[in-house]
Design a protein around this ligand. Structure first.
Ligand code: SF4
Length: 207
């Protein structure tokens, strides 16, 4: 039987089991298999005790191969923004990672990764997040995560207005190589947003 978020908060053992049941369903998902050039391989990390949730875009080819989210240059950039090493970042007891699309979506005809599959987040994101009752802060990484959770809006303006989404959410750019130029054009990101990000993440993860 499905567990509500309130029930999950009251019963951690049942919550862990319910979360693992939904996670197993998601790992076996083949809903959009026909559209995935490398086939289904959902990549995400969840636990009933996680305090921080990172909602990214979708796996690239390297992450598809390793099965480890953000196991690439984008992940290195995100970890540098967070001031976090790999052991801390991959401590699933404290940090959950659920991208908008759980599987590698392929390439666009003109280059670049295709957007996350639209059918994925409505199927899995809410169900997984509802069973993680200790989430205190959600990082909305990239425009797809922001549009799904906040509605339409421009990424740069959202990130610049990060304070208005606190304490529950923090919008961030997608940390791809393209962000290097974006960071140069928007120096307030390193000067103001990143110190604030590190502070609210430390607060969310504090015992
Ligand atoms: S992208 Fe999402 S909906 Fe499509 S097969 Fe993977 S898990 Fe299922």
């Amino acid at each position: 039987m499905a567990l509500s978020a309130a029930e999950a908060a009251l019963n951690p053992v049942a919550s862990e089991a319910a979360l693992e049941a939904v996670a197993a369903e998601a790992r076996a998902c083949t809903v959009c298999a026909a559209a995935l050039p490398l086939g289904p391989r959902p990549v995400f990390r969840v636990s009933a005790t996680a305090r921080l949730l990172i909602v990214g875009q979708a796996p690239g080819t390297r992450v598809h191969e390793s099965g480890v989210p953000f196991d690439d240059a984008s992940g290195d950039r995100l970890r540098s923004w967070l001031g976090m090493d790999r052991p801390a970042f991959y401590d699933v007891r404290r940090i959950a990672i659920v991208p908008m699309g759980l599987c590698y979506p392929g390439r666009l005809p003109r280059g670049g990764d295709a957007p996350p599959r639209r059918e994925c987040a409505p199927l899995w994101q809410e169900r997984l997040v509802a069973l993680m009752p200790d989430i205190r802060l959600t990082l909305l990484v990239g425009s797809y995560a922001q549009a799904h959770n906040l509605g339409p809006g421009a990424m740069t303006e959202r990130v610049r207005a990060f304070r208005s989404y606190l304490p529950e959410r923090f919008p961030l750019p997608h940390p791809s190589w393209r962000t290097v130029g974006w960071e140069r054009r928007n120096p307030w990101f390193a000067a103001e947003a990143l110190p604030a990000l590190r502070e609210v993440v430390a607060t969310a993860l504090a015992e």
